[in-house]
Design a protein. Structure first.
Length: 396
């Protein structure tokens, strides 16, 4: 078989990953997603889902999906522009546009696709794109697919961004694009300054709000609302697969012209199937839930503060930031893995992250707090971290 030489090469590469502790083994969950799940026979409290408001499997979302399945069917066997657009697709797109105060939006089957299909239709070799060095992989890949001149600025470094904008005056269109929430660090992009610079240098501003939509901002409009600049942001991409119920689907919200152009030119939109109706119906319901979720957003803030204070009082170092992402800094990759394993044995499900996902020597456990966690679950997590942290010499 011609593949044999490739297989042999890959076996070697995989054993190399394993020997470096970088091999990703999936853990199997035997229940629906929830704050408490069963992982390989063990009941554990889950602190690693993007289920910030606890809406994954919310009864109203499940009921809306069931109703969507019954009313609109399982699937369309078509891309959107041939025979894959139902009235609910249009309804959801209008809902998303209105939610973010934009003129229109379009759906993708994921935010990875939304980012993958954003830059190439809008930017040519006459244009320039400015991207934070810690941007999500899907943004990096999307930018690679376009012919614009690429400028990568140091993470949230506004002097660096200004210098680069200054050096790029000759380009026709300039677009600054950034994660609004950086998911490994839990910090926010400095959107107020980015918007000021964009005004000064006549640049378009786009954000990926995957880790912000639904739970950040007074009404859940995400990181841009949290920072008071929602109406200045020109393009917002996001996911239906995190706070908004946790299934899948992505979107781009922007001006009528940008959205219309993407419908005509964005390749993942044109050449991939439309989002299944059950998910569309459920997403419409999830946006209604977000509008009613002020209490859940308050609970998420309280839970996050409780977890942060508990761990900091125990002596752990947690990166600062206003989001429910709490990076417990450990340093060594092996330590992060060992600590996550020991926590799992005590019924706390967390994941250690190390290079190349985060910089060398900055391995960490990333905790993600949910509004659905109880006080007792947070207390149990702090107690388990304290025990394991002492055992492994992370704290005294
Ligand atoms: C999760 C995530 C994505 C991918 O979203 P999907 O809808 O799962 O494809 C893209 N960007 C960021 C910043 C994310 O956190």
């Amino acid at each position: 078989m011609p593949a044999n030489t490739m297989n042999a090469y890959l076996r070697e590469q995989i054993s190399h990953l394993k020997s470096q502790g970088l091999y990703k083994a999936e853990r199997w969950i035997e229940t629906p997603q929830s704050p408490e799940i069963v992982v390989q026979g063990r009941k554990v409290i889950n602190f690693c889902a993007n289920n910030y408001l606890g809406l994954a499997n919310h009864p109203r979302i499940v009921a809306a999906a069931e109703e969507g399945l019954r009313r609109w069917g399982y699937g369309l066997s078509s891309v959107r522009f041939i025979c894959g657009t139902q009235t609910i697709h249009k309804q959801l797109e209008q809902r998303i546009a209105q939610f973010f105060h934009k003129q229109d939006s379009l759906l993708y089957t994921s935010c990875f696709d939304a980012n993958g299909g954003l830059f190439e239709p809008l930017l040519t070799e006459q244009d320039a794109v400015f991207s934070d060095e810690l941007n999500h992989a899907s943004i990096i890949d999307g930018i690679r697919l376009c012919k614009a001149q690429r400028f990568r600025y140091r993470h949230n470094d506004m002097d660096d961004l200004r210098n680069q904008l200054e050096s790029a005056r000759k380009y026709r269109f300039k677009m600054i694009f950034t994660d609004s929430v950086f998911s490994m660090d839990g910090d926010l992009a400095n959107l107020p300054v980015i918007c000021e610079l964009a005004d000064r240098y006549d640049a378009v501003v786009g954000i990926d709000d995957c880790h912000g939509t639904g739970h950040l901002g007074p009404t859940g409009r995400g990181a841009a609302e949290e920072l008071g600049v929602l109406d200045r942001i020109d393009i917002i991409t996001g996911t239906l697969g995190k706070t908004l119920g946790g299934a899948s689907g992505g979107f781009t919200a922007s001006s009528a012209e940008i959205v219309d152009w993407l419908r005509n030119r964005s390749r993942p939109y044109l050449f991939s199937n439309s989002v299944p109706p059950a998910l569309v119906a459920a997403a419409i319901e999830s946006f209604s839930l977000i509008d009613e979720a002020a209490d859940l957003r308050a609970k998420l803030k309280a839970n996050t503060a409780k977890m942060r204070h508990g761990l900091e009082n125990a002596g752990f170092t947690i990166k600062p930031g206003p989001t429910p992402i709490l990076p417990v800094m450990l340093g060594e990759a092996a330590l992060a893995t060992r600590m996550a394993d020991a926590l799992l044995e005590r019924g706390i499900y967390v994941i250690g992250f190390s290079y190349p996902v985060v910089p060398q020597g900055q391995a960490r456990i990333r905790l993600q707090v949910s509004a659905a966690h109880t006080d007792e679950q947070i207390d149990r997590a702090v107690a388990a971290f304290t025990e394991v942290g002492r055992e492994l010499g992370v704290i005294r």
